[in-house]
Design a protein around this ligand. Structure first.
Ligand code: T4K
Length: 382
């Protein structure tokens, strides 16, 4: 098939936000002069401070990626046994549990928000359950009120995987202020990034020294290693990247808001396509733009649309298919049985994350939507 000229270079689901090279070179010169490359140097400390403010949270600890941050959160909260979580997420969420020898217990998702369905949580609680791990998927907040009520009733901890939820808010309250701990990912594919990176946000001051200690091999001081920790530190070069990306973030968010509007205009009245809304978010993360394709009504399946886009050099992504509960390493778990997770299994077949980043042009968005709409007509006709 002929590739469109608009897409001769390939269009990907995202493109990292990059600072001006000259600005980055200036930062590098500063780091060179200081000879401080890692272990909580000036860039690191400044970024930690700025992110704490930006995310409006009392405490924030930087990590070298979101997964290691999540691992540290599980350890800092002394979680063991079983943790109830969603299968509709990136592999890192259940993997962090499994790596800590904790059994993930999969709970179905709500059809509208695509986050943990609070109605289904309580029946999964056993004497071995120690926590609920919700994911603010695509930046849509979990039902934090009901999850907290359930956790309080059963004496459970609450952790949120907020990898997609940078600057998301619920009723004006920043998303990092719910549950015991919230993890953020600062991977290059994220709205705010440090190439690779992540953070934990929390409100309990008692967690601060423990989390910092776990990030640095369990070291308390030169002559005391208190427990088994690991190397979760973000280096100075990546922290410098974060500081520069932070300066560009507001503009990127505005651009993404505009692109979201364009997509919505083009796709809102197409039968068989629904736009995934960040229900319950008083401020959007602007991390992803996701649609659901209902093949009976639309005429083509999600996989058909994915392939047609690919033929045009447009690389959308099926976040999150396959469902984590169907991975070979989890499929044997009783909670992973597809009949126990009907909504998640259905949604995983429908979702498609479309290219979404500030530099996407209007003509490109319009052409992507035309290709999608045409694919429904063409496949439906055959
Ligand atoms: N929890 C959740 C809910 C998550 O979504 C994630 C990560 C985590 C936890 C773990 O956080 P981290 O430990 O990663 O901090 C990407 C990311 O690697 C991953 O961070 C992210 N979620 C996941 C949803 O997406 P892939 O395998 O899809 O990435 P990749 O390399 O295929 O990139 C997607 C597209 O982005 C590429 O087609 C092109 C573009 N791209 C990518 C990179 C890396 C660029 O233009 N430049 C780049 O440097 O996982």
């Amino acid at each position: 098939m002929l590739k469109s000229r608009a897409f001769s270079d390939g269009i990907y689901v995202t493109q990292p936000l990059l600072p001006d090279l000259a600005e980055f070179q200036d930062k590098l010169a500063e780091i060179w002069a200081s000879k401080r490359l890692t272990n909580m140097g000036d860039q690191h400390e400044l970024l930690e401070e700025q992110l704490k403010e930006r995310l409006s949270v009392p405490y924030l600890v930087l990590f070298n990626n979101g997964t290691s941050a999540l691992l540290a959160a599980l350890q800092a909260l002394d979680l063991t046994g079983e943790v109830i979580t969603t299968p509709f997420t990136f592999a890192a969420t259940p993997h962090a549990l499994a790596l800590r020898q904790i059994k993930p217990v999969f709970c179905d998702i709500d059809e509208q928000t695509l986050t943990l369905d609070p109605e289904q949580i309580e029946q999964l609680i056993t004497p071995r359950t120690t926590a609920i791990l919700g994911v603010h998927v695509y930046g849509t907040p979990c039902d934090v009120i009901r999850i907290q009520e359930i956790a309080d009733r059963h004496g459970l901890k609450v952790i949120y995987d907020g990898a997609h939820a940078f600057q998301s808010a619920i009723n004006g309250q920043a998303i990092g202020n719910f549950g015991d701990v919230t993890m953020f990912s600062f991977h290059a594919t994220k709205l705010f990034h440090t190439v690779e990176g992540g953070a934990l946000a929390f409100r309990d001051p008692a967690l601060l020294s423990r989390i910092k200690q776990l990030r640095n091999f369990g070291i308390v001081h030169e002559e005391l290693v208190a427990e088994v920790g690991f190397n979760g530190k973000l280096n100075e070069i990546q922290a410098a990247m974060g500081l520069l990306v932070l300066d560009k973030l507001d503009l990127e968010r505005e651009r993404r808001a505009y692109i979201r509007k364009l997509y919505e205009e083009f796709l809102k009245n197409v039968p068989g396509i629904t736009i995934v809304e960040n229900i319950g978010a008083s401020m959007l993360s602007q991390q992803y733009f996701v649609i659901r394709i209902h093949p009976d009504e639309f005429g083509a399946s999600r996989d058909d649309v994915y392939c047609v886009l690919k033929d045009h050099n447009v690389h959308a992504r099926k976040y999150f298919y396959p469902l984590c509960s169907n991975f070979p390493c989890y499929a044997h778990l009783p909670s992973a049985a597809p009949q126990r997770l009907p909504v998640a299994n259905k949604v995983a077949e429908q979702v498609l994350s479309l290219p979404f980043y500030g530099d996407l042009r209007v003509d490109q968005v319009s052409e992507i939507c035309e290709i999608i709409i045409r694919s429904g007509r063409d496949c439906g006709a055959t």
